[in-house]
Structure formats: structure tokens, C-alpha cells
Design a protein. Sequence first.
Length: 390
Amino acid sequence: MPWSVESVEQRRRAFVYLLESGAFTMTALCRQFGISRPTGYALWHLYQSEGIEGLSDNHRQRRRHPLQTSVEIEREIVDLRQQHPTWGARKLRVLLLRSYQPALVPSETTVNHIMKMHGLTVARKTGRRHVANAYPIFDPDACNQIWSADFKGKFRLGNLQYCNPLTIADSFSRYVFSVKALERADAESCKPEFERVFREFGLPDQLHTDNGPPFGNAQALRRMTRLAVWLMELGITPVYSDPGKPQQNGRHERMHRDLKAEATRPAEPSFARQQRRFDAFRNEYNEVRPHEAIGLQTPDAVHQRSRRGWPGIIRDWDYPAHMRTKMISINGTFRSGSAGFVMVSSALSSKYIGLEEVETGLWSVYYRHVPLGYFSERTMRVEELPAAGL
């Protein structure tokens, strides 16, 4: 099975526990764990029939193959590696050939496998984090379940300054809350506009964006940024399109096409005049233009204000008593006993996360109400959760 971490047994257990939770589909989990669906169902049936012990390597091990390396030579390989911890399989095999007949000495690949099986190898550093496609479906059936936000591509005004329009809309009613002309497309510039919209219209359950800054960071755990953490603190769950898949936010992209055609060509000579033009577009889009997707009604006729109002202040979060809390340091890590530091995300620096043990050495990781992934004490890494159920 093409598992992607050292501990195959722990990977199997994480798979069945996540599937048993009911929060993820078999298809999404198999895609995230890099296995086929038949393999996923086989593990699930094995777990149901034999329990968690059925997933262990010892339980699943067959009788020794006639050509399997003898116990004596296997012990010799372990002893040699311990005597020469920097020597690789090729050098150790040469030493074995000095003491045993060539027919009894395993191949270089087998020597490597035996060393890895006994925990005598050092894992290579992994490359940069890449976001795997999650194939999310963003199709709300009521107002304020999902809002979408984006920066429409920047353009020059008549005074040669760049304008970065921030757009925020409700994905169900198509109601456009804001088209704001900003000088910069960063968190500091757009956060006051989000706050204004939240005060006026309330809070959504989720905010759907692409993976670019300031909304997402494709190299970070759960694509977190400082802006995303602020949204979580307001009780909003950030969700993202797959990388390179703008069609997953097609409603917002279609609105952007209309915005570009009707309100940016030609560009106005100043920010003030460009903003007045954006406001006129927004009013017409919400109150005059009929939309086929909502039965030729206007967004203004369909949209309802969110029942979740602006909280005013962000309150501390109390994790359940059975959870273990950890403070994230300035460099994005937390300390796991005497074993060392575990990387989470620098976007959470000085924040507290919650760890919920799902089995010995395996923990679900939360920031407030949002599940971030699961932490394995064996690998000392936080692995990302599949983005299912969106």
C-alpha cells in the first residue's frame, strides 16, 4: 500500500478512526491517504471483524517465507548498524559477505528494509508542503452558510495608482456585500472592510476563498494565515478551492467578469470616483438585475441577514476538559514532553490549540472549533485532515 509515512500501522489506525468518526467519506479519506478504495474497504472490514489489533503488523504477518532472511543474519545486520550508525546498507553488506556465504546474504534493498524495520534509519527531510486536491463541493442551500471573497485582479487608475478591488458575496443568494477599492491586497487593508460587513450583515458559517494571500498559504497547515486565524476566532471556518481550480468558486468568478466589464473599463481617474462606480455596480447587481440561478429574482429579494451577529470582542476559548492544551510558540511549534518540538503554523503563534487523544500516541488537533489535523507521537508531525464534508 502506498502509505506516505514510516508507521504503516499507525496510518491504518488513523484511517479507520477518521472513517469511524463519520466526518469523512471513504472516497475522500482514500484520496487523502493515497490508497485505493478497495484497500480502504478491506481495512475497514478487517477493523470491524477483528478490532484494532487486526491492523497491527504482528497480527497480519504470515509465516516466514523460505527465502526470507534468517533471524541470525537479521540480528547481525542490527548489531553492525548499531556499531556503525553512519554506514549504509552497501557497506554493511560487504561486512556480511566476509562472514556468510553469498547465497545467504540479503540484497542491499533488504538490508535497508531490515534497518528501517528496526528503527535504525533516519528519515530524510520532507520537501515543502503541497496542497492536495480535496475536490470540495461548495453548494449551500441557505443564506449565510457560505460566503465567498476574493481580490479581483489589480488595475491602474487614471492617476496611475493600482487599485485592488476586494469583493465579498453570499454564495446562496448571490448578494454582494462589498466591492471595495483598496490600495493593497493584504490582510491589514481588507480586515477593516470585513469587519464593517460583519457588523452590518452578521457572520457566515464558512468563508470560501482561493489559496492566495492574504486568505490562504498553500505551504501552511490547513493553508492558515493570520487572517484565517482571525476568522476562526469569530466562529467562521475558512474553506478553500483546490489549487488552480477557480471554477470551484464559479459564482464569484462570474460576478467578477460582470464587474470588470461594467465598472473598470475605462478605469476612473481616482480612488474616490472608482469607489462610487463600484457602489453603483453593487446596487444594480443586488437590487435590479434578475439572476437565473435564483429564479430570476434579485439577490436583495432572496438574502436574509445572518442570525449570528458581530461579537464585538473575541473571547478566550475554553477547550473541553478531556483535551490537552498547548501554546504555540512564536516560531509556530509546541513542545511534546521531552521528545522535542512539533511544527504547527506560525500563524497560530501565542495561541492555544487543543489535543484530543483518539488512541495511544495519536491525537486530533483543534484550534477552537476547527479541526486542523492529527498529531502522531511516533512521527512528531501534524498531518493534515482530508477536507471532506465541505
